[in-house]
Write a protein that binds this ligand. Structure first.
Ligand code: MN
Length: 237
């Protein structure tokens, strides 16, 4: 039996959601890793239903998307905060919390990494250039083919992520203006860019609760090393 991996979706219009959307690249990556991808619609009011959803999946993939509402981690909105989607925040935060409670393996990508951190009690840098200072940071919004690695990340020795890749350093793509600030209790930093920006976190006491700030689902077919992340995710489910 293939392991069922629930993939979160996004909605174009948060006020009047007419359709849920999901880039094919996420389901393709899960399919390639031997999992059975299913798309999860956004449920924005019913906690019981969100928790019940998890009884049907073996793993949870939290996907990329808009910014997380900073009020949810105790901060006022920075002037460079982007679009937010309260319904999707509600859904994914409850989903992530419930999945962690049940011990379901989680892979968070980009926004998904941030949701994972906020769900567990961590905070987010709302705009990297503004908060850390333009002169102090590298380019995290690349203008290059989407699969192309534009900056390096140091993998923290002893972490699960480092063991998955078996490298000290990897080259990754970059499409974010936010990142993890304070990792949630129980989480450790598992990758950092040269400017100190956190590129991955993981929950120390679980075989696979990992968030990555880059987009491996856009890279694996050109840079095969990134298949290892999805392979290990599906295998741990
Ligand atoms: Mn980056």
């Amino acid at each position: 039996m293939r392991k069922v991996i629930g993939i979160t979706s996004s909605q174009e219009n948060a006020n009047e959601p007419s359709e849920f959307t999901s880039p094919k690249s996420y389901s393709k990556a899960i399919e390639h890793a031997g999992g059975l991808p299913i798309l999860l619609p956004i449920i924005d009011e019913n906690v019981e239903l969100i928790e019940e959803m998890l009884e049907h999946v073996d793993g949870l993939l939290l996907t990329g998307g808009v910014d997380v509402d900073p009020l949810l981690f105790g901060e006022q909105p920075h002037r460079e905060l982007g679009r937010i989607d309260p319904g999707r925040d509600y859904f994914e935060l409850h989903l992530a919390k419930a999945a962690m409670k049940k011990g379901i393996p989680i892979l968070g990508i980009c926004r998904g990494c941030q949701i994972l951190n906020v769900a567990a009690g961590g905070t987010i840098i709302q705009d990297i250039p503004e908060v850390l200072g333009k002169q102090n940071v590298i380019k995290h919004q690349q203008s290059a083919p989407r699969w192309y690695p534009t900056h390096t990340a140091r993998l923290v020795e002893g972490t699960k992520l480092a063991s998955i890749f078996g490298e000290k350093e990897i080259s990754i793509n970059s499409y974010h203006h936010q990142s993890v600030n304070q990792p949630a209790p129980g989480f450790v930093v598992s990758a950092q860019a040269t400017d100190g920006v956190i590129e991955a976190i993981e929950f120390a006491d679980h075989p696979f609760t990992i968030g990555v700030q880059w987009h491996p689902e856009l890279m694996w077919y050109r840079c095969p090393i990134f298949s290892k992340l999805f392979d290990r995710f599906v295998a741990s489910c």
